[in-house]
Write a protein that binds this ligand. Structure first.
Ligand code: ADP
Ligand code: ADP
Length: 243
């Protein structure tokens, strides 16, 4: 069964911008898939439709066979928990510690203490904290657990964001330009961590990148987008037969 299936997906933003035009694609459980395309091609909109941060204008999104195109309320929150999402700008709670940020991934209730910048340590059992710590170990930054998130480098912050997504125990990972703000060395580390998660946990991963070299080195499957349409679906070799 497919991890994600987009069927005839279109998105027109309220200002009239057509971001997606009739996109149909299936993501398999064993895919490590990179989406490439110029800025404005619709890559981010496609990922945001997949975890329903964006509601498509028409078409369907199915998650492991379940139609989630129109879900809302608590059902929508449940869908978001099943999808681990990583962003270009990390989206951490800057005033909180690394550990607190990872625990956000395990919240099963209203996040108001987090929004007020209060530590969440007392809200979680020892077992939950051990789970969060283990997620930090998997991305190699357990030693930074009690530092403030905004004291870390960009590469370290992105690793916290990956640990937070892992803490959700997601069924699929989506990463929206995860290395666009990072230096080359941190970019390599982040891509290696995503590959490792994919290999070791068998989680399908879908990554938006505009660096074609990273796409060719890490993508087992490459999707190309242009002007809201899917224009390529193949391997790195198909993309560049000379390579
Ligand atoms: P990207 O980094 O995906 O190429 P931009 O840097 O152009 O996109 O924009 C960053 C974010 O701002 C987008 O992901 C989108 O949510 C939002 N955005 C982009 N264009 C518009 C727009 N015309 N109106 C409102 N929001 C926009
Ligand atoms: P990419 O990720 O490939 O850069 P996006 O999905 O961010 O592409 O954007 C696709 C198109 O939709 C762009 O023209 C962008 O400006 C526009 N767009 C993105 N977000 C918004 C938004 N919230 N409101 C209006 N237009 C947007």
């Amino acid at each position: 069964r497919e991890a994600i299936r987009a069927t005839a997906l279109s998105k027109v933003y309220p200002n009239g911008t057509v971001a997606l035009r009739d996109v149909s694609v299936g993501i398999n459980p064993n895919d490590f898939c990179v989406i490439i395309g110029l800025s404005g091609a619709g890559k981010s909109t496609l990922l945001r439709c997949m975890n329903r941060l964006v509601r498509p204008t028409s078409g369907q999104i199915a998650l492991f066979g379940e139609d989630v195109t129109c879900v809302n309320g608590s059902h929508l929150r449940q869908v978001r928990r099943r999808v681990g999402m990583i962003f270009q700008q990390f989206n951490l709670v800057r005033r909180l510690t690394v550990m607190d940020n990872v625990l956000v991934g395990r919240l099963r209730f209203n996040a108001s203490p987090m929004k007020r910048g209060l530590s969440m340590l007392r809200l979680f059992s020892r077992q939950e904290k051990e789970f969060a710590f283990d997620c930090l170990q998997q991305v190699g930054i357990a030693d930074l657990a009690y530092r403030r998130a905004d004291a870390l480098s960009g590469g370290q912050q992105q690793r916290v964001a990956i640990a937070r997504a892992l803490a959700q125990e997601p069924e699929v990972f989506l990463a929206d330009e995860p290395i666009a703000s990072l230096d080359p060395r941190s970019s390599e580390t982040v891509m290696q961590i995503l590959s490792k998660i994919h290999e070791e946990k068998g989680i399908p991963v879908l990554v938006n990148l505009h660096h074609i070299d990273f796409a060719q080195r890490y993508g087992k499957r490459i999707l190309g987008m242009s002007k809201g349409e899917l224009i390529f679906d193949g391997t790195a070799r198909d993309l560049n037969p000379e390579a």
